[in-house]
Design a protein around this ligand. Structure first.
Ligand code: CA2
Length: 147
């Protein structure tokens, strides 16, 4: 199984600021843990992060071209604004999981709308940085279509 974990703007700052919301782990720490878990389970996990909406759309299109089985996406602030990411996800026929470190519904009202959720099979939010590794652990048990 091949999985892309796509992260949006400012997620590269994890572990450096706002630890009360996002914790102390860096994105590299999280990626290393997920790749290790994936290796044990025969899952090829590729982590990526961009501050640019178009680059994220490009990676979703790459996932289609490369017959990736599942996308885990923390679109960060683009979750709440991006119809382009929504449209790209709709074109991807594999399994899609929206992920957030915090629970946006407990935060400012501008974080309550998500353009990702209506294009996703599952949503994980509020489990902290551990949400990423929990999702990778879960992948073998999810109804992911054969490619
Ligand atoms: O909780 C999440 O994972 C979010 O997707 C994080 C986004 C936010 O806009 C979403 O509403 C919820 C923000 C990511 C910013 O990451 C930072 C990490 C450390 C320091 C500053 C920002």
């Amino acid at each position: 199984m091949k999985v892309y974990v796509i992260n949006g703007p400012n997620i590269n700052l994890l572990g450096t600021r706002e630890p009360e919301i996002y914790g102390y782990e860096t994105l590299d720490d999280i990626a290393t843990k997920c790749i290790e878990i994936g290796n044990k389970k025969g899952i090829d996990v590729k982590f990526m992060q961009s501050n640019y909406e178009g680059e994220m759309v490009g990676w979703i299109q790459d996932a289609i071209k490369n017959k990736i089985d599942a996308i885990v996406i923390n679109a960060a602030a683009y979750t709440h604004t991006s119809i382009a990411i929504h449209d790209a996800l709709k074109s991807f026929s594999g399994y899609k999981i929206e992920l957030h470190i915090s629970n946006p519904h407990l935060r400012e009202s501008f974080r309550h709308n998500t353009f990702v959720a209506p294009a996703a099979d599952a949503v994980v939010a509020g489990l902290g940085a551990d949400g990423y590794s929990h999702v990778v652990e879960m992948l073998p048990y999810l109804p992911i279509p054969e490619k």
